[in-house]
Design a protein around this ligand. Structure first.
Ligand code: PTJ
Length: 243
């Protein structure tokens, strides 16, 4: 696919191209194309920018991740191709593990995703995992003993609602990145960032670097001042205003 250099919509075209290429390689599942389409529709409604409520959520999410004892970043096919390098930078800023967790799980895809991250110089968890989370029937239940299993806070992006709910039921805090403020994931997360993962992940890294200098009570104050439901309503209002 030819991508015009300075076309105003070239960012979404580049993302679409990455998903297409990822699917050809077997990293992205065919359903990942549908997820991309949904994402593009919401991103369009949000003006393809990081809205003010999302900025606030990013700050609260950074505080929550910094306070966590063992945070883990969960990746799937779409997020690997859309923001793999940015995810590595985020994990480095937090000093945390990255774990692959797939809805359409296969060893072939796990290994392809592992290879992608190895190209960026990091190893990942979740390849052939042995532990099983309670309350979920899909293969998403399988998690790594050294990662999500023992984590206290998980960052999920481009997720289905079931998993966020299950992670919560298993005692984990969840930071979610989702473009749809009405999705189950958005509603079930402790802190939900309504933004494109391609913008949100680098902004989260920046915020983490900034907040690292703060002490725990300052970080707790930031989290206390954040209300996820209220923030989601503000995101819906941003969409309404734009329409
Ligand atoms: O790689 P696998 O096997 O784990 O498969 C993952 C898919 C993508 C199939 C799975 O997570 C899925 O079906 O996702 P959904 O249910 O389509 O949900 C995706 C959500 O992410 C929707 O609410 C989309 O609006 C949102 N979304 C799509 N693209 C982006 C996004 N959110 C943030 N950034 C995006 N780029």
């Amino acid at each position: 696919m030819k991508i015009p250099k300075k076309h105003p919509r070239s960012k979404s075209l580049i993302e679409r191209h990455k998903i297409e290429e990822g699917m050809k390689k077997g990293i992205v599942t065919p359903t990942g194309m549908i997820a991309q389409g949904r994402g593009e529709a919401f991103d369009y409604l949000l003006g393809e920018r990081t809205i003010a409520p999302a900025q606030k959520a990013i700050k609260a999410a950074a505080a929550l991740l910094l306070l966590a004892k063992f945070p883990v970043i969960s990746v799937n096919g779409n997020t690997t191709v859309l923001c793999g390098n940015e995810t590595v930078a985020l994990a480095k800023s937090l000093g945390c593990e990255i774990e692959v967790n797939l809805f359409y799980r296969s060893q072939k895809r796990e290994k392809l995703i592992e290879k992608e991250f190895q190209r960026s110089g990091v190893g990942i968890l979740g390849v052939n995992p042995k532990k099983k989370l309670k309350g979920i029937s899909s293969k998403r239940a399988m998690v790594d003993a050294k990662g999500i299993w023992k984590s206290d806070c998980v960052l999920v992006m481009l997720e289905d609602g079931d998993r966020t709910e299950v992670l919560r039921k298993n005692g984990k805090k969840v930071v979610a990145i989702d473009l749809n403020p009405l999705s189950r994931t958005a509603k079930k997360g402790n802190i939900t960032i309504i933004d494109n993962c391609t913008r949100a992940v680098p902004l989260l890294t920046k915020e983490i670097r900034k907040l690292k200098k703060k002490n725990d009570s300052e970080l707790r104050r930031i989290i206390k001042g954040f209300n996820n439901n209220k923030n989601l309503r503000q995101c819906v209002n941003c969409i309404k205003k734009g329409v």
